[in-house]
Design a protein around this ligand. Structure first.
Ligand code: PLP
Length: 343
């Protein structure tokens, strides 16, 4: 009765190991829903990988990982005067600081605080700009380096990173470590050779945990199957079947993050107009679901319910049996699985 993630353990572990081997200084990122796996399991897996630092998104996430991962814990969301700090030893905690005034508050609160200084990038999310960097002066506390959060896949990041590192050197700060996000392998290799005095530490989530999709299989259970004639009503909204076929009830609904629009569905207006012109089923208001039955992604019979979804199968399609597993495409970062099975 569940939405299940089945992980091919040997394949997944060998992928994790190969990402770690290819990225010396790797800092795994475990945040949010733990990329579908949960924060605790990712913390334990990071300990198994043998890395010395794990990154979490927020201070609130620390308690879930602190007892499962023994090393340093980097918080990616910048410290603010209103941040609620957890009871983790200051020797293990690495704060992200993105404003000079926050550094003053942090050090007043914890003079031995470890921190990284985040610089503003073209992301324009958080970070010190050049002027703020220059105004910092000598750093107190334990500065562990500079953090750069770069946008995803927007061509080469190198000119921007080089400019920022030059700003750091120009400001007279010479921290040995640059913590980076979203650089490609070749960009990292190039930076390591141009700036041999610095250590670059890539912070990686998606490519690490979700980079080997063939190791990850998501399935739902067929909970019920009803054969319908044209005009038969079903569902919360009393919709009627446009043609004879089946209504199939599968596990997985809004509580699991199953959305009305499936990833990779035909989404453009033009594609939709073309389907309507052909008199396709979405002309009757059906939307493509992420569930695959008999080799195709099927249509929702109506919007997903909280823990189950109703699908419409047109006549001629082989209906599944109650208890069968069906494949589901999900976005892992927004999915809550009922079960995770490691093979
Ligand atoms: C989430 C996050 C990451 C990891 O991002 P992925 O795309 O999942 O690898 C890295 N750095 C920062 C600052 C983040 O917030």
């Amino acid at each position: 009765m569940s939405l299940t993630l089945t992980v091919d353990g040997p394949l997944w572990r060998s992928h994790l190991r190969s990402v770690a081997d290819a990225n010396p200084g790797l800092v795994p990122v475990a945040k949010g829903n733990g990329y579908g796996f949960g924060l605790g399991p990712l913390a334990r897996r990071s300990a198994w990988l043998g890395v010395d630092t794990l990154a979490v998104g927020t201070y609130d996430e620390l308690p879930e990982v602190a007892s499962r991962f023994p090393g340093s814990l980097l918080v990616l969301t910048p410290f603010r005067p209103f941040s609620t700090l957890p009871s983790v030893s200051p020797d293990r905690l690495i704060h992200t600081v993105s404003r000079a005034s926050d550094l003053v508050v942090l050090l007043a609160h914890e003079p031995r605080a470890r921190y990284v200084l985040e610089l503003a990038t073209s992301m324009l999310r958080h970070g010190l700009d050049r002027g703020a960097l220059l105004s910092l002066g000598a750093l107190s506390g334990r500065c562990e380096g500079i953090a750069l959060h770069l946008p995803l896949g927007t061509g080469s990041h190198l000119p921007e990173v080089e400019r920022l590192i030059n700003d750091v050197v120009g400001a007279g700060l010479a921290p040995a470590t640059i913590w980076v996000s979203h650089l490609s392998d070749s960009e990292l290799a190039s930076l390591r050779s141009s700036y041999a005095d610095f250590t670059f530490r890539p912070r990686i989530g998606t490519q690490l945990w979700l980079g080997c999709r063939s190791a990850l299989q998501v399935t739902a259970t067929v909970l019920d199957v009803h054969s319908v004639k044209r005009g038969d009503a079903f569902g919360y909204r009393g919709r009627t079947a446009p043609r004879a076929g089946h209504v199939v009830v599968v596990s997985g609904g809004t509580a699991h993050g199953i959305g009305l629009s499936a990833p990779n569905g035909a989404s453009t207006l033009r594609a939709r107009a073309a389907t309507m012109a052909r008199g396709g089923l979405d002309a009757a208001g059906f939307v493509r679901s992420p569930y695959t039955i008999d080799g195709q992604q099927r249509l929702f019979a109506e919007p997903p319910h909280m823990q189950a979804s109703m699908l419409y199968l047109p006549g001629g399609v082989q209906a599944p049996e109650i208890g069968d597993d069906v494949a589901v495409r999900v976005r892992f970062t927004t999915t809550k699985f009922d079960h995770i099975t490691l093979t």
